[in-house]
Design a protein around this ligand. Sequence first.
Ligand code: GLT
Ligand code: MN
Ligand code: MN
Length: 386
Amino acid sequence: MTKYAPTKKFTFGLWTVGNTGADPFGDSVRKKKSPVELVHLLAEVGAYGVNFHDNDLVPIDATPAERDQIVSDFKKALKETGLVVPMATTNLFASPIFKDGAFTANDPKVRAYALQKTMNAIDLGVECGAKIYVFWGGREGTESDATKDPVTAIKRNREAMNFLTEYVIDQGYDLRFALEAKPNEPRGNIYNATTGNMLAFIETLDHPEMVGVNPEVAHEHMAGLNFTHHVAQALEAGKLWHIDLNDQAFGRYDQDFRFGMVNLKSAFFLVKLLEDYNYEGPLHYDAHAMRTEDYEGVKDFARGCMRTYMILKEKAEMFNADPEIQALLAEINAEDPEMDAFFGPYSREKAIALKNHGFDRCGIAKRGLKYERLDQLTNEIILGVR
Ligand code: GLT
Ligand code: MN
Ligand code: MN
């Protein structure tokens, strides 16, 4: 097998490699490909799986007969290529009916339609083998807070999640939900703006055990936040069930660049975290090729996403095996037996002993931590000179 071959569960949405390059200022630059063609393209570049929104596969106005034909063609392509569908989701943002949101829209007809559309989309996803169902509430927000009460919005969102988890249980589906946060775009402000917000929201649901998160690199970066820390919180809580990898310059428009294209060092720490903690879920590239590319460029984009991950995985292994780095880490993290008595579960005796202990505050603060050396060594691993 060639070096850096894509051996992980790398997946792409139909909407990612199928993106035709239109933006708010310009038309499509690539001819639209069918789902079947995209499955074959993904097989060619070595992907493991493909994800979709209901309407990436079945147009919103398809007849039941058309739907069945499309699904059967798609399944045939999966069978031919060996690709799987680990995740599916609902398009609750493109149709004008969702201009004021879906589950949080002020119009009850819109909220009810959003539930109906999602139940149908869940059926479609499960039929194609999906085990994870993503919820990205791109339109769940406001441009002006005069228009919607934010507490009411939280309650509407919760009611929708509770209804849909019950639907999944009622159908006997083997399906878990993953909630994806984003701070803005396409709404001026989107509710539950970060992965941390989502983790808190999940604990208020009727079935928190069925709901985890799907963090996306670009979405935390858009808010100027450290993505790796958000992923760590989800991992530690046992809630990292899916992840959207891409890249994004801080403070810019929603860019959806190839993984590692802008912030290589953040990408390194992310891959290291996922590998160190044995994340085994899908690694989904929610990104698209630059508008300058034809479909050969789309393949370069997809191969690049996966290859960068595999290279950074190797770099993380080098970091973990580097004697100088490991010696520095051991020194930094050295325990002090004298302090052991103060940690662990609370007791009144412990509290009294700790209050009476004398600390050499200035002496302790004098110690240099050698983080400059450690970070430079990290850079040299990433730069390939170590
Ligand atoms: C859309 C969005 C993504 C979400 C997708 C799932 S759709 O492309 O930008 O971040 O993950 O609905
Ligand atoms: Mn995005
Ligand atoms: Mn995403």
